[in-house]
Design a protein around this ligand. Structure first.
Ligand code: MSP
Length: 518
């Protein structure tokens, strides 16, 4: 059984509202997934929701709802969000699902039996907002705890601890000898720096039910629920385990199906949750004797107008509203083209609109419109005999784009596609088919140019397919081609057959008036 390319996003806290950051993570993961599909690989893309913990319990209580009913309502809108983004995810995991709770119990039991946990008393500081214990080291210079922790209280309680510390050197060695485990490399260095300069403390994996009951009860002590991050990280093996993955024997259900997903090929996460994924998660798996994911791919954070997005100040980008008014492809294009995977990005409405006008309406929109209109006007839409004038140039760019995409360099791949679009737009200006059309002696030359343009548009559609979900099929539709160009191998020059009749062009990205500058 060959292994399926398995990739995941973080699971979002159910009590928030989908914003630009959530959309970005999902869109890059979706594009990476479609690139893999384009090479003919089987893929499995998982996203989902993190539903337990204090924050959710508190939010439900504030609305006078039972936590489960509260989660069920919100889960619907998150699932709709995934659909609106056009994601090709095969499953949607929720940490309140029975299949997930089974897997968490199974891992907890295994680690408990193998003596990876101990019970001890803790006396110190606790942040309910972040559901985490704090030490003096966490205080700022002014003596206060950072704002992100909200109210910090003193606490004394018994809890279960996971012996993380004993795996510290193993993890350093592992990350050093697997340079691609955490990418980009600055994030890898961040993890190594943390591990080399700090003593890893054991991880508290329980919360007493007397304080928090919205969680998965510990299978070996009913007075406690599982710490929300231990619960959440386990989601990545929930679906494989419940599908009977041979790499996860004895975990989850005894499914008759058998799908080979684990280890994940890639976990896509934001920079703020690096420690959980690059320190706690590998150690949890190692302790449980399970294979480690192949790669943790860490993206940066979006700001809006140079500032942190925050619901309280109203400084947010609502992805649903942008998609509603500008279309999914314009939104996906901006996210993927504007920000490489790694650095932080900044959304401005003006930046978005400028890119829409320049790259989409005037760039690809204009190219396809001009090319197909001329073919209709001068040849009744009939493809002229093949011409290879730009074959090697277009082929070279296609190969580069494919290589970049295969290496998850999504932004660079799009840049190269738009270089090609600009090149072909220039080719129209240089060869001036609209002038040649007036001279019957130039009919053959005109035919060559029209073939070159139509075939270039087709290849550009193929190259775009993992990124812009409607544009590629709309270009194919306008070329009156029935097949779905969802393989990069379709980007070979000459597939467009002479004599074939195309359809009428329609604006791919209608021009919009930009708002007047203040
Ligand atoms: N529930 C945890 C993740 C558990 S994974 C086992 C969580 N949820 S979250 O809703 O706060 O964040 C989900 C993802 O969105 C994270 O990867 C986070 O980095 C990402 N983003 C949240 N805000 C973001 C931006 N402003 N910009 C880009 N990504 C951001 O953390």
């Amino acid at each position: 059984m060959s292994k399926t390319f398995y990739l995941t996003t973080a699971i979002d806290y159910v009590n928030g509202h989908p914003h630009l950051g959530h959309a970005y993570e999902k869109v890059i993961t979706d594009a990476i997934c479609r690139v893999q599909q384009s090479f003919g690989r089987d893929t499995f893309f998982l996203t989902g929701l993190d539903e337990h913990g204090q924050k959710v319990q508190k939010a439900a209580v504030e609305q006078g709802k039972q936590p489960q009913a509260y989660c069920d309502e919100l889960a619907e809108s998150w699932q709709r969000f995934a659909d609106v983004l056009g994601l090709c995810n095969q499953d949607f995991v929720r940490t309140t699902q029975e299949r997930h709770q089974n897997v968490v119990r199974s891992i907890l039991n295994k680690l408990h039996l193998e003596d990876h946990f101990y019970k001890a008393n803790y006396e110190g500081y606790y942040s309910a907002k972040q559901e985490t214990f704090l030490t003096e080291k966490d205080r700022q210079e002014d003596g206060n705890f950072p704002e992100i922790y909200g109210e910090v209280v003193r606490l004394s309680e018994d809890n279960y601890y996971f012996k993380l510390g004993r795996h510290q050197q193993w993890l350093i060695d592992f990350i050093e000898s697997n340079p691609d485990f955490v990418t980009p490399s600055n994030r890898r260095n961040e993890v190594l720096g943390f591990l080399k300069n700090n003593t890893l403390e054991d991880l508290c994996i329980s919360r007493p039910k007397s304080r928090l009951n919205w969680g998965i009860p510990l299978p070996f002590d009913d007075d406690y629920v599982t710490y929300v991050w231990f619960d959440a990280l386990t989601n990545y093996i929930t679906v494989p385990a419940s599908l009977g993955d041979p790499a996860l024997p004895g975990i989850g259900s005894e499914s008759q199906e058998s799908m080979s997903l684990w280890p994940a090929d890639m976990h896509v996460i934001g920079k703020d949750i690096l420690k959980f994924h690059a320190v706690y998660w590998p150690i949890m798996l190692k302790a449980a004797g399970l294979p480690l994911p192949k790669q943790i791919c860490v993206h940066g954070w979006w700001q809006k107008d140079g500032q942190k997005m925050s619901k309280t100040t109203g400084n947010v980008v609502d992805p649903m509203a942008v998609i509603e008014s500008w279309g999914l492809d314009a939104f996906r294009y901006y996210l993927l083209r504007e920000l490489d995977i790694g650095p932080d990005g900044n959304w401005t409405d003006e930046g978005f609109q400028v890119r829409y006008a320049a790259d989409l309406a005037n760039g690809i929109g204009n190219l396809v419109n001009r090319s197909l209109s001329m073919l209709n006007r001068y040849r009744d839409g009939k493809i002229p005999p093949r011409c290879c004038e730009l074959e090697s140039e277009v082929h070279a760019v296609s190969q580069e784009v494919i290589e970049l995409a295969a290496n998850h360099k999504l932004q660079s791949a799009l840049k190269r596609i738009w270089d090609l679009i600009a090149r072909i737009n220039r080719y129209i200006d240089q060869t001036a088919p609209f002038k040649l059309a007036k001279d019957p002696e130039q009919a053959e030359r005109l035919g060559e140019i029209l073939y070159t343009l139509a075939e270039s548009c087709r290849i550009i559609a193929v190259l775009l397919h993992p990124f812009l979900l409607h544009t590629f099929s709309r270009i194919y539709g306008q070329l009156a081609l029935n097949d779905r160009p969802d393989r990069f191998s379709n980007a070979l020059w000459g597939e467009l057959n002479p004599g074939h009749t195309i359809d009428k062009p329609e604006a791919l990205f209608p021009r919009r008036d930009l708002p007047a500058q203040a």
